[in-house]
Design a protein around this ligand. Structure first.
Ligand code: NAD
Ligand code: UGA
Length: 458
């Protein structure tokens, strides 16, 4: 029976996941630790509006459990020492150096966690991989733990997370499935019991370690592949007069295909789809499975093409020059209802337009200005000074839209639909262009108002 859980990593996964585990298991003490002091301070902020992550429903869960059996701390060693079960939920970004650069997952944070657990543990521990990892990582983890530990027993489980940002709490409360991979039946059962507090048992799948690790990569690859598939068709729709929403609806009605994840867009973003597919591609290549690797790589190539195509469409439509033109960006987050902008399509579309010396003014309801500049600076395309000269971030939509030559919708925030578009039209320069990368607005309404409206896949 597990009494104390530690989770290393208080990010988009560790924070919400552990909050729900604590909410549903009041008898278990859950401590989420992170080396990032500011992040932990934000998780402990008495004002719940200051939590480091914006997720609908999160504040209620934290309000219920924090201080009761949910704790956030920077005392990593102490939490490891006390816990019976330790989740590793640290970031696993794409490697930026050495072998596998640009494709393989960088496992340095995972390895650091394993070494720290081994160094501190003085009692048996169940170590749970919550981070998304290459297949067979558990083997490396076990080897580090067993070789650097002090003789205590470690059981490794794989328990990948399937929540999507923006719907994390409802995904955690009502998961399609919970996946637990492992070798030791008692360790597996200990984790099953935790989830069984609220998840129906037929939704808790148990597999061997390698199936569990690989299934996570495959699930993300399949989801992203659907987006790239429909995005590839969006270009064909533009060339032929078909409408991609109509095609998606007709195709998705087939119950064998299903209607979800067929929304054409400016391209998928987020911290995981690209990273996980690149990782899958790298793994396939490392086993000399080149056709398999090429097949999945195409999902990424098409996604890059979609972002470029959108930027080029803006330029072409605006008489082949955006130099000095004011383009209002509505949205910067990689999807609505999150403050996360990692790998957001907006970053790449902006970068392309800035190369053409456009003047971009961004409004996003949740992503702060510092983050937007960090995203752009990280590309290294131009100096930070030039990024700030060419791109401005504002706190209200009207400041972005005033005197704009064009509006580009990059995130599908609901509030963008509710704007008084007649008023927006009056504030903008003529002809007033709208480039809808999310197919969010209504073509008829905007055309009646006199906008030149372009949407993906129409
Ligand atoms: P994140 O960057 O938001 O959070 C990771 C945290 O781990 C950071 O706060 C970092 O400071 C901390 N950390 C790293 N090394 C540490 C160490 N040695 N000791 C203490 N703290 C340490 O990342 P995330 O979005 O939560 O993703 C975590 C993992 O979950 C990744 O493998 C990701 O692929 C996977 N995942 C993410 C999502 C998602 O929606 N973001 C969904 C499913 C799975
Ligand atoms: C995705 C998966 O949905 C989760 O199951 C998984 O746990 C997570 O990745 C992860 O491993 O990190 P997330 O990236 O948070 O979740 O969000 P999604 O809803 O999957 O959206 C990803 C991107 O695809 C967004 O940019 C979104 O706008 C785009 N998208 C999604 C489309 O363009 N069209 C669609 O039909 C669906």
């Amino acid at each position: 029976m597990i009494k104390k859980i530690a989770c290393i990593g208080a990010g988009y996964v560790g924070g919400p996941t552990m909050s729900v585990i604590a909410q549903k298991n009041p008898h278990i003490q859950v401590t989420v630790v992170d080396m990032n002091q500011a992040r932990i301070a934000a998780w402990n902020d008495p004002d719940l509006a200051n939590l480091p992550i914006y997720e609908p429903g999160l504040t209620d869960v934290v309000a219920e459990a924090r201080g009761r059996n949910l704790f956030f701390s920077t005392e990593v060693d102490q939490a490891i020492h006390e816990a019976d079960m330790i989740f590793i939920s640290v970031n696993t970004p794409t490697k930026t150096y050495g072998k596998g650069k640009g494709q393989a997952a960088d496992l340095k944070y995972i390895e650091l966690c394993a070494r720290q657990i081994a160094a501190v543990a003085s009692t048996d521990k169940i170590v749970v991989e919550k981070s998304t990892l290459p297949v067979r990582t558990a083997q490396a983890l076990k080897s580090i733990l067993d070789n650097t530990g002090s003789g205590v027993n470690f059981h490794i489980l794989s328990n990948p997370e399937f929540l999507a940002e923006g719907t994390a709490i409802s995904d955690l409360h009502h998961p399609d499935r919970v996946l637990i991979g492992g070798e030791d039946d008692r360790a597996i059962q200990a984790l099953v019991d935790i989830y069984a507090s609220w998840v129906p048992e037929d939704r808790i799948l148990t597999t061997n370690l390698w199936s569990s690790e690989l299934s996570k990569l495959v699930a993300n690859a399949f989801l992203a592949q659907r987006v790239s598939s429909i995005n590839s068709i969006s270009e064909l729709c533009e060339a032929t007069g078909a409408n991609v929403d109509e095609v998606a609806r007709a195709v998705g009605k087939d119950s064998r295909i299903g209607s979800k994840f067929l929304k054409a867009s400016v391209g998928f973003g987020g911290s995981c789809f690209q990273k996980d597919i690149l990782n899958l591609v790298y793994i396939a290549r490392s086993y000399n499975l080149h056709e398999v690797a090429d097949y999945w790589e195409q999902v990424i190539l098409l996604n890059d093409h979609q972002k470029t195509r959108f930027a080029e469409r803006i330029i072409r439509t605006m008489y082949n020059t955006v130099n000095g033109k004011h383009i209002a960006f509505l949205g910067w987050a990689f999807k609505k209802d999150t403050n996360d902008s990692r790998e957001s399509a907006a970053i790449y579309v902006a970068d392309h337009l800035l190369e053409e010396e456009a003047q971009i003014v961004v409004y996003d309801p949740k992503v702060p200005a510092e983050q937007i500049y960090r995203d752009l600076d990280a590309l290294g395309t131009r100096s930070p000074e030039d990024n700030r000269r060419l791109l401005q971030v504002v706190e209200s939509p009207s400041l972005a839209l005033q005197d704009a030559h064009a509006v580009a919708v990059l995130t599908e925030w609901d509030e963008f639909r509710t704007y008084d578009w007649a008023l927006v039209k009056q504030q903008m320069k003529r002809p007033a262009f709208v480039f809808d990368g999310r197919k969010l607005l209504n073509r008829k309404d905007l055309e009646v108002l006199g906008f030149q409206y372009y949407a993906i896949g129409e």
